[in-house]
Design a protein around this ligand. Sequence first.
Ligand code: FES
Length: 111
Amino acid sequence: MSGSEATTREVTLTWRDGRRETVRATEAQTILEAAEARAVGLPFGCRTGACATCTGRVADGRVTHDREPRALKPRHLERGYVLCCIARPRTDCRIEVGADVRTAMVSNPWK
Ligand code: FES
């Protein structure tokens, strides 16, 4: 890689209906921003980690949050849930996205 080329990660987004899109995220982009840059629509609300509208679930790879993901409880984090608006991929990764992910997360609060 040349020095002028920013490090990018390949992020594969999957939906429960079988749709799949792969986008590249620079180090400056959150998962939501990387998707938007490729005109891939993801649900979002606050964009600050407070509402959980953008919840995704990591199926593969490593993702870290820029700040405390207030909308997720520790048990959600343990199960791989992430907030796409404040999360950055640290490796190439695969993330389940779409409104269904949040629905599944909150449908049983004890999960
Ligand atoms: S858009 Fe609200 S938590 Fe991500």
